[in-house]
Write a protein that binds this ligand. Structure first.
Ligand code: TYD
Length: 139
């Protein structure tokens, strides 16, 4: 299967719209309004032990919004040529990851929650979990 030739520069940080008031804030993500794909699945990582890293794979089709709903962590994006390390530390900030990129997540702060909005339902066939295979597909 052909892998998208997107680069790390096709990913961006998007500010999530907010309603603020004295009693606290609401951050809102709504299909067809402020997210560049339709959300089919939401999942979150929590209770992540110190020193752990997650990810370590690429996707053929999946697009994602990654949000530090609580605490902070870092995302390393890799397109086979360029790498970019991005810190997520605000619940009103989303990293938009396009398909075809290798990603890893590390440096999770204690109690952090990594919220992911995804463009497709879970499908193991959409994953590339072998880094040399990823590099080969990017050529
Ligand atoms: P994986 O996506 O590899 O996790 P991470 O990138 O955070 O390290 O998924 C880990 C396991 O969980 C894997 O066996 C597949 C399973 N899984 C589902 O069954 N459904 C899902 O929606 C997700 C994200 C994972």
């Amino acid at each position: 299967m052909k892998l998208n030739n997107n680069t790390v520069f096709d990913c961006s940080i998007i500010n999530i719209s907010k309603v603020r008031n004295e009693a606290g804030n609401i951050a809102i993500v709504e299909n067809e309004k402020n997210i560049p794909f339709n959300v089919k699945r939401l999942y979150y990582l929590y209770d992540i032990p110190g020193g752990e890293s997650r990810g370590g794979h690429a996707h053929y089709d999946l697009e994602q919004f990654i949000i530090a709903a609580s605490g902070s962590f870092e995302v390393i994006l890799d397109d086979g040529e360029n790498k970019k390390r991005i810190t997520l530390n605000r619940p009103d900030m989303a990293l938009h990851i396009v398909p075809g990129l290798w990603r890893e997540l590390d440096n999770f702060s204690s109690g952090s929650i990594c919220l992911i909005l995804a463009s497709h339902k879970y499908d193991e066939k959409d994953y590339i979990r072998d880094y040399p295979e990823f590099l080969n597909l990017k050529k």
